[in-house]
Design a protein around this ligand. Structure first.
Ligand code: SF4
Ligand code: SF4
Ligand code: SF4
Length: 423
């Protein structure tokens, strides 16, 4: 198998195809601390793309409650178990960040591509370690919604004088919003015997050619995130298309301006930001300091890839939830969790400004700038001095034109007494 570079696991790895990268890559950051589990994103996708016959159990966007929820049921635990069986006790990171080439350290275990070559995998033709979920596992997409893990006897929240502290809670759950990660090394693409799956050179969006697909479901078994799905009425597989007409600016609503996807634009909790990052020929991210995605992933390192150890180099990045036990989060987001939470809990001036960019517009932000404002607040957070400035952050679109500007402090509007209670 050819060797390719995977920056998220800090090393080269085996992949069935030689390295080739798009010019730009579709990517997104989800802030799990803000998600309220309202499922508006889920329904925005459903009502746009999967409302037809044979798509009833198909949710390209879903939000599951961790630790117990999952669509399909137990997708991540099942695969982690299989990887462990293929490489007992070896699924470990060295955890020492090595700069740009290995920002989270080096993963020393086996990816889904490498584990497929292990003796445990009996099928010699198999390119990816995975499994095909049962029909039952695709049912009840919000199973275990709001079911917490942790202490058996009720909640024990750790409160300090000023509210909930920055430490993990003994009783916890969090909402994990998920879509296809439009991976740099897609497992769905690697497994397809028909070569029906391709990655677009202009934006890295991963699509299934409906005419070439014969419904063998190799992609369904291979995708570690279980985001390729089979449609029984057409007998071919389907997946999230990253709302590509919107990203291209070709949606009638877009009028030529690149728009964020439906599930991003609809997000009530303002947890989602989607954009495009420029790539070098070797697939590394071109330095683009003022792109908000580049800033959050590469500079502030506050947003982390989901299950990077699977090896597909997913382009979905998550700001981890502050209150969840760290071993669980480290398993899901890798060794960058602790520093990411520390930065998020007491954000510096720039990060606080960038966090205001989420969901002020449905247009894709290509660049931001900050105009400094006065200091409005200060306190100690987890032993660190925190200062808040009412800076103005300005978002620019593809053509360099300003999309919007907003401030760190939200304006407070007091309703005059004669209008109290009116809408
Ligand atoms: S998340 Fe799954 S379906 Fe999406 S590109 Fe990656 S491997 Fe393919
Ligand atoms: S990007 Fe578009 S197609 Fe993909 S999950 Fe979101 S709404 Fe659905
Ligand atoms: S719309 Fe936003 S806040 Fe609501 S469930 Fe989806 S990601 Fe979470």
């Amino acid at each position: 198998m050819p060797r390719v570079r995977n920056w998220q696991i800090g090393r080269d790895m085996s992949y069935p195809y030689a390295e080739k990268h798009p010019r730009r890559q579709f990517a997104f950051v989800f802030n799990t601390n803000r998600c309220i589990g309202c499922q508006t994103c889920t329904m925005a996708c459903k009502s746009t793309w999967t409302f037809s016959l044979g798509q009833e159990a198909m949710w390209w966007a879903n939000v599951e409650t961790k630790p117990y929820g999952g669509y399909p049921h137990g997708w991540d635990m099942k695969l982690l178990q299989k990887l462990e069986e293929a490489n007992p006790g070896g699924q470990k990171w060295n955890g020492t960040p090595g700069g740009e080439a290995s920002p989270y350290g080096t993963f020393q275990g086996k990816t889904v591509f490498e584990a497929a070559q292990s003796p445990v995998s009996t099928d010699e033709a198999k390119r990816v370690l995975g499994y095909l979920p049962t029909d039952k596992e695709w049912q009840a997409p919000n199973i275990y919604e709001d079911t917490p893990g942790g202490a058996k006897r009720g909640a024990r929240f750790e409160l300090d004088r000023e509210g909930i502290s920055g430490t993990a809670h003994s009783t916890w759950f969090f909402y994990l919003a998920r879509i296809c990660n439009h991976c740099s090394y897609p497992a769905c693409l690697a497994a397809c015997p028909r070569q029906a799956i391709y990655k677009r050179p202009e934006d890295g969006i991963v699509l299934i050619d409906q005419k070439r697909c014969r419904g063998y479901r190799k992609c369904v078994a291979a995708c570690p995130y279980k985001k390729a799905m089979y449609r029984p009425t057409t007998r071919v597989s389907e997946k999230c298309i990253a709302c590509y007409p919107r990203v291209e600016g070709n949606d009638p609503e877009a009028r030529g301006i690149p728009l964020e996807t439906r599930c991003m634009s609809a997000c009530i909790g303002q947890i989602r930001m989607q954009g495009l990052v420029d790539l070098n020929e070797d697939g590394s991210w071109k330095e683009d300091r003022q792109n908000p995605l580049y800033y959050m992933v590469k500079v502030a390192k506050v947003a982390l890839p989901i299950y990077p150890q699977f090896g597909t180099q997913p382009n979905g990045f998550y700001i981890p939830p502050r209150w969840v036990p760290r071993p669980y989060l480290t398993q899901m987001f890798g060794p960058g969790v602790e520093p990411a939470i520390e930065r998020y809990a007491a954000p510096d001036r720039e990060l606080l400004a960038v966090l205001q960019l989420f969901r002020r517009s449905n247009r894709i932000i290509f660049r931001y700038a900050i105009e400094e404002g006065p200091k409005v607040y200060e306190r100690e957070i987890n032993g660190k001095h925190f200062e808040m400035y009412n800076d103005t952050v300005i978002a620019f679109g593809k053509n360099g034109r300003e999309i919007f500007r907003t401030t760190v402090e939200e304006p407070v509007h007091v309703r005059p007494p004669q209008h109290v209670g009116s809408v």
